[in-house]
Design a protein around this ligand. Structure first.
Ligand code: ACM
Length: 641
């Protein structure tokens, strides 16, 4: 495959200024590198560790018992029952069975599987899912869902799967400050993540543009800090706002509901309360939290505020109360305390900070942030929680129990490993899902950069040259979805999918088994699933394939956003491919802009080319609901004689 996208990263200060250079936008010339054996395999995402397709298949009867005895087994049985009900199969829960059955068994004592691994066996007598623990059973049930074809009286192929994850931390993040997403959207997001065996939901609950987490002792956090008087209009650097009041916050009960929803799917929620920066919305609610006199305003533009928490005793008191409430509502072991992008001007001129520096011998403002972070870590530990922080916390002498999120990439990861801190890789790029997925002209407004599904897929979390002991520090991998430019749920899922499925495979599947062409083939039924469920996704661009064996591939390059292929053939034969199964392809062969109105593509065609001549073709994929992919282009050039 070809991947020659070039994009700059984001500047660390405000992630605002960036220049984007893009040569090519994701339309591949597919050289199908999928073996016949791979093509015959069921389309499971993420690809399992071990899968053999052999033996008799199982014809699912219309009434099927599920054998489940303990609590976990019965709980997983409800997911399996729902999966089967959507295929017209009725199930009953039983404690004993003979005849066709789905057997769920916990407590396998198979050391290879760990807590999250499972075995799944299908033969003519039924389906058996075994695991050491509930998480493994849940993942086995997700795999079974993907094995079951759509439609009534489905037939499941005979398979034997033994599967477990590559990484323990398989995370997806959601920013609900810049735009607020209600309970239903958050739960759907978690549900999609869990289907693909992601197990961490990082909930970014507070930031300069809105505080979404209820704290009974500080009600103004949500009533004042949860509202802004307008939102930025236009792209990076714009100073215009829409003047529309924008509010959003969760209730404690809603948070409990999301926690329970996630727990049933073996997803741990990592709630984030940003500090000491990204916090002006809290200062707007309680101005005494700042170093100045205020008044402060919840930020309406994107980017970051220079007004931050002042490191005073009343502030630490406040943080204690907030983290107590976080620990009360969220049972997971982690609290994310932010720590990124801290402008320190307000500290530089503050008499309170000067007095603190004198007392604690803090020679630099960075040392003040270190002091702040250590104090907050002590509070979190009092509530039995480990802190997680963006990699800027590495300057803070936090304890080795702190988890570092390496958004700056490998150098940060090395530093974390050196300090014996666990590290989660989430580099920008390619694990920032707010970046463009194609050419900006063809995409909804985004923050900048380019992150295609293929760029996510080919990302390798373990830095080159790492030793075994460094790799011990690698907890896993996560993608972050910031929502400055993502105002609606449908846009949110557009940014998430299909990139999150590539992430899932990075996080779960052994590196040696990964294969992007194979992945795109396995993507088809996943996208069909989202269509049935009404979940939006980015329609993959049409790809091109030269069918003619006589074609000699010249150097592949890009030009005018097209793939250029050079051939000696006078009549190269070209086929087009789209991943979404029920999409139609519309083709422009005269160089004009392809659209829904362009001629419909039905079969491979040949292009007649004079020596030295070239032709440009373009295509879009159109779904039955009229959603349309971004265009992709191919230039075929015949060598001169
Ligand atoms: C970040 O993107 N500021 C963590």
């Amino acid at each position: 495959m070809i991947s020659n996208a070039v994009a700059t990263g984001r500047g660390p200060a405000s992630r605002a200024a960036m220049v984007t250079v893009m040569l090519f936008f994701g339309s591949g010339v597919a050289q199908l590198n999928v073996t016949a054996a791979q093509a015959a395999q069921p389309a499971i995402v993420p690809l399992p560790q071990h899968m053999t397709v052999a033996g008799p298949s199982f014809t699912v009867p219309v009434l099927l018992p599920i054998l489940a005895r303990d609590r976990d087994e019965r709980e997983i049985a409800t997911f399996v029952a729902a999966t089967l009900a959507s295929r017209g199969v009725h199930t009953t829960l039983v404690a004993r069975a003979n005849g066709p059955v789905i057997r769920l068994s916990e407590g396998l004592h198979d050391s290879r599987l760990g807590v999250e691994g499972y075995r799944l066996d299908v033969d003519s007598s039924g389906v058996s899912i075994g695991a050491n623990a509930g998480a493994g059973l849940f993942y086995g049930a997700q795999t079974l869902d993907q094995l079951l074809p759509v439609g009534n009286a489905p037939v499941v192929p005979g398979v034997h799967i033994v599967d477990w994850p590559r990484f323990r931390w398989r995370g997806i993040h959601l920013d609900v400050s810049r735009h607020f997403f209600g309970l239903g959207v958050v739960e759907r997001y978690i549900d999609v993540a869990a289907r693909y065996k992601l197990n961490i939901f990082h909930w970014h609950l507070t930031d300069d543009q809105g505080w979404r987490f209820p704290v009974p002792r500080y009600p103004r956090l949500t009533t004042v800090g949860g509202c802004r008087e307008g939102s930025q209009v236009g792209g990076e650097g714009s100073t215009q706002t829409d003047g529309q009041r924008y509010c959003g916050a969760y209730t404690a009960q809603q948070i409990r509901d999301v926690v329970a929803f996630a727990r049933r799917r073996y997803v741990t929620i990592v709630p984030e309360i940003e500090m000491p920066g990204h916090s002006v919305e809290a200062l707007a609610a309680y101005p005494w939290l700042g170093c100045g006199t205020g008044p402060y305003r919840v930020r309406e533009l994107w980017g970051i505020s220079s007004q931050i928490f002042c490191p005073t005793e009343p502030t630490f008191h406040f943080i204690d109360a907030v983290l107590a409430e976080v620990a009360r509502l969220f049972p997971g072991p982690y609290i994310h305390i932010g720590g990124d992008e801290v402008p320190k001007e307000a500290w530089a001129t503050s008499p309170a900070v000067a007095a603190l520096r004198h007392r604690e011998r803090l020679h630099t403002l960075d040392a003040v942030q270190g002091y702040f972070t250590r104090r907050v870590e002590r509070i979190a530990r009092k509530y039995g929680r480990r802190i997680v922080g963006w990699d800027e916390i590495l300057g803070s002498s936090v304890t080795s129990s702190a988890v570092v999120m390496a958004w700056h990439g490998e150098d940060a990861a090395r530093k974390a490993a050196h300090h014996a801190n666990s590290v989660v890789m989430c580099p920008d790029p390619p694990l920032y899902f707010d970046a463009y997925q194609g050419k900006p002209d063809d995409e909804p407004l985004a923050i900048g950069g380019l992150t295609t599904t293929e760029m996510v897929y080919t990302y390798e979390p373990i830095p080159g040259g790492w030793t075994g002991s460094q790799s011990q520090s690698m907890l896993g991998v996560q993608a972050n979805l910031w929502t400055e430019y993502v105002p609606t749920a449908s846009h949110l899922f557009y940014m998430l999918l299909p990139r999150a499925l590539a992430l899932a495979e990075v996080a779960w599947t052994p590196r040696a088994l990964k294969n992007y062409d194979g992945f795109t083939r396995r993507l088809a039924p996943q996208l069909a699933h989202f269509q049935r469920e009404g979940v939006n996704f980015r329609v993959p661009q049409v790809t091109y394939r030269l069918e003619d064996a006589s074609v000699s591939f010249g150097e592949q390059q890009t030009e005018q956003n097209a793939i250029v292929l050079t051939t000696d053939s006078p009549a190269p034969r070209i086929s087009l491919r789209e991943i979404v199964p029920n999409a139609t392809i519309h083709l422009s062969r005269d160089g004009s802009f392809p659209s829904k109105q362009s001629q419909r593509y039905s079969r491979p065609f040949t292009l007649a080319l004079q020596p030295g001549a070239s032709r440009r073709i373009g295509a879009v994929a159109v779904l039955p609901d009229r959603r349309t992919s971004a265009p992709s282009y191919l230039i075929v050039r015949r060598n001169p004689l």
